[in-house]
Write a protein that binds this ligand. Structure first.
Ligand SMILES: [Mg+2]
Length: 183
């Protein structure tokens, strides 16, 4: 059986959301994200970005711009190669391949198949209901990072999430305790 991974939403989870961001100079980390990523890596979790980037499908930004933003985020979070892989869904709703968009669990399931992750021992962390639904449908434990949750999604997201964290330190503490309890 494979090991658990931590799947991470990008925008408003690791970096501040700027709609259809294509300029790496505008990348700003969310509070506590750097320390959290460090702690999760130290505990041995593979880390995977799972992100809807429909700005590409809508023709507003290019895949290269998304990659340049990812590269800047990686640099700010601790250096190259900290993520095992990136799963982006570039499709806008209604496009071909839009079935990969969160709340679909497909991006998580495909990463698990490629890298041999055990989804039942994995976690999904995000700020939107669609993150929590994607993680839940994949069989992961889910953490709602309650820093930037859209008000109309708040109630349902809190109800569905395994844990609602007020900030990154509490998300990290809960995740690492939950991992220990499973062993
Ligand atoms: Mg987000």
């Amino acid at each position: 059986m494979g090991k658990g991974a931590v799947f991470l939403d990008r925008d408003d989870t690791l970096i501040e959301n700027v709609p259809y961001l294509g300029d790496p100079s505008l990348v700003k980390l969310m509070p506590g994200a750097m320390e959290a990523i460090k702690a999760l890596r130290l505990s041995g979790f593979p880390l995977v970005i799972v992100s809807n980037q429909s700005g590409v499908g809508r023709g507003l930004i290019t895949k290269e711009q998304v990659r340049s933003v990812d590269a800047r985020m990686e640099e700010l979070l601790g250096g190259r190669g900290i993520f095992t892989t990136y799963k982006h869904c570039y499709a806008a709703p209604g496009d071909p391949y839009d079935e990969h968009r969160k709340p679909s669990p497909l991006m998580l399931q495909e990463a698990a198949e490629t890298h041999g992750f055990d989804l039942l021992q994995s976690y999904m962390v995000g700020n939107r209901l669609s993150d929590i639904q994607a993680g839940d449908r994949a069989g992961c434990k889910t953490i709602l990072l309650h820093l930037r949750v859209p008000p109309d999604e708040e109630q349902e997201s809190i109800r569905l999430a395994s844990f609602t964290a007020k900030d990154w330190p509490s998300a990290c503490d809960w995740l690492l305790q939950s991992k220990r309890a499973d062993q």
